[in-house]
Design a protein around this ligand. Structure first.
Ligand SMILES: *Cc1c(COP(=O)(O)O)cnc(C)c1O
Length: 352
């Protein structure tokens, strides 16, 4: 097998999906599996669908097109507010989208009408994290305008927390979100199908509250893939942490000093390296670098330390676990490392 590659264990991902479906299901909450970190790779998408998840969400229309072309059978939701310039593709390939801007919704409506379609819209409400979302005081006005547009149908409300500023979903802000849904439904005599309350950061809130209010959907990426909630990266009991790992190959392994020789300036990335003197160590290089993965998100699964990295090299202190040229080294990945290596053209995938 050509290295480096991600090893993706589909049966562990299937089991993670089953567990989360049952935990959230007990609170009346369905899951939209978020496919953006793996670029809509159809085998992973199909794994989640076969576990019982019928809604897939991605931030990029390209990934949704990829899944549709591969025959993945699900409802597709574009979870980043669309660019107005891609409205034709959005109404053609996505069943619905999360939205915050009337200008964009207008374009979606026009494109849908041209194609004789009705595109489903979920309005994202700003609940404190200050990434995407309509301010609460502007929600009514937005709903009134959207209801005038013939090519779109308002099917629900959504919110997203903990992504930009780490604002936690709590009983207070989530109840507030629920009450907004109630108020809008009453005021306009409508019935929202989807109240999409958040992401993997909503796990503790879900677990700790018997009454989760109106939320009947969450959009999960990290917890499905890596078995962790995303507020404190705690292991979710019952889920696999090791469904995904990254494998790289040793290309040099030599006993060398730990301290550099000569005058030092900045490294290749403009940083000043700090090096500890540990005497002579076994310095092992794997053929992996910043062009392949966000190196800070790697944890070696054998007893070695990462000393540093450049665009094409990761340097390990392998003194405690001697490695030879040609050996394969396995790393666990965090979410950023996973999505960066999924996006690198140099990293393959192996499914087990
Ligand atoms: C990425 C994303 C998610 C998934 O977040 P996780 O923390 O991976 O569960 C959910 N909603 C939106 C809008 C996103 O962009």
């Amino acid at each position: 097998m050509k290295t480096p590659y991600l090893e993706i264990n589909l049966s562990k991902l299937h089991s993670n999906a089953k567990e989360l479906i049952s935990m959230f299901g007990a609170k009346g909450i369905q899951i939209t599996a978020v496919t953006k970190s793996f670029l809509g790779e159809p085998q992973i998408a199909n794994c989640f669908v076969s576990a019982g998840i019928s809604s897939l969400g991605d931030s990029r229309i390209e990934n949704i097109i990829r899944m549709k072309k591969a025959g993945v059978q699900a409802q597709f939701l574009l979870i980043r507010t669309p660019s107005a310039s891609e409205s034709r593709d959005v109404v053609t390939y996505a069943d619905g989208s999360l939205n915050t801007e009337l200008f964009v919704i207008e374009e979606l409506s026009k494109s849908a009408l041209e194609k004789d379609l009705v595109h489903d819209i979920i309005l994202m409400v700003e609940m404190g994290d200050l990434r995407e979302g309509i301010l609460r005081q502007d929600l009514n006005k937005t709903i009134e305008e959207v209801r005038q547009m013939k090519g779109v149908r308002l099917i629900g409300l959504g919110t997203n927390m903990a992504c930009l500023n780490g604002v936690k979903p709590t009983k207070t802000n989530m109840d507030h979100f629920s009450s907004l849904a109630d108020t809008c439904e009453k005021k306009y005599g409508i019935n929202f199908h989807i109240i999409s309350g958040g992401n993997s950061a909503n796990f503790d809130w879900m677990l700790q509250n018997d009454n989760t209010g109106r939320t009947n959907n969450v959009r999960l990426g990290e917890s499905l893939l890596l078995g962790r909630e995303s507020l404190s990266r705690k292991h979710i009991e019952g889920l696999h942490l090791d469904a995904i790992s990254l494998v790289a190959e040793v290309i040099e392994s030599k006993i060398k000093p730990s301290l550099p020789e000569g005058e030092t300036g900045l490294d290749a990335f403009g940083n000043t390296p700090h090096v500890e003197d540990k005497g002579k160590i076994l310095r092992t290089i794997v053929a992996l670098g910043k062009q392949d993965v966000h190196v800070a998100g790697l944890i070696p699964l054998i007893d070695v330390d990462i000393l540093g990295s450049s665009s094409d090299h990761v340097i390990l202190d392998a003194t405690r676990t001697p490695l030879q040229v040609g050996d394969h080294v396995r790393f666990s990945v965090n979410y950023t490392a996973f999505l960066s290596s999924m996006t690198s053209p140099f990293v393959g995938s192996v499914f087990t």
